[in-house]
Ligand binder design. Structure first.
Ligand code: HEC
Length: 135
């Protein structure tokens, strides 16, 4: 039993942080996980940021990579999210200007997440919504 536990712990550190757990701890208070477009408009006043499903879709729509079959698009978007967590800026934001007027620019979370946590949560934001529509 003890050996199993040690192996499980080793696995955890090898695989890195759990993206969903990082999301719940660091992002959820501002970015709702799932919401339909209509609901977003209805609840705009009480939202602190665009829902994560919208963020994920918007990045995937905006970033166009010539080789559709490659993993390049995922890597580019994951790198963007990873960087945005520490360096949010009106210059880099791909949000609608209307959304930025409403929410303001995201505050930097510099120092709050380790490199592994940023990587894990960025991958989660990309993968969580593959095959999930935002409508
Ligand atoms: C205090 C509130 C707050 C927290 C916490 C927060 N965000 Fe944001 N985030 C925002 C707001 C507001 C925006 C929209 C304005 C903007 O683009 O900066 C945003 C936008 C974004 C964008 C979109 C950038 C773009 O150009 O489209 C990404 C990606 C993002 N957040 C990721 C995250 C991740 C990942 C976390 C958790 C590690 C997180 N955010 C935590 C408020 C927050």
């Amino acid at each position: 039993m003890k050996l199993l536990w040690i192996l499980a712990m080793a696995g955890y550190t090898l695989w890195g942080a759990d993206g969903y757990a990082v999301y719940q701890k660091q992002c959820m208070k501002c970015h709702v996980e799932m919401m339909e477009k209509q609901e977003v408009l209805k609840h705009l006043a009480s939202l602190k940021a665009p829902p994560m499903v919208e963020v994920s879709h918007r990045l995937k729509e905006n970033v166009i990579i010539a080789d559709e079959d490659s993993d390049v698009k995922r890597r580019v978007i994951v790198a963007f999210i990873k960087d945005y967590i520490e360096n949010p800026s009106v210059q880099y934001s791909m949000c609608h200007s209307m959304a930025i007027e409403k929410f303001g620019i995201m505050p930097s979370l510099k120092g709050k997440l380790s490199d592994e946590e940023r990587q894990a949560v960025a991958e989660w934001v990309y993968d969580r919504y593959s095959g999930v529509a935002f409508k």
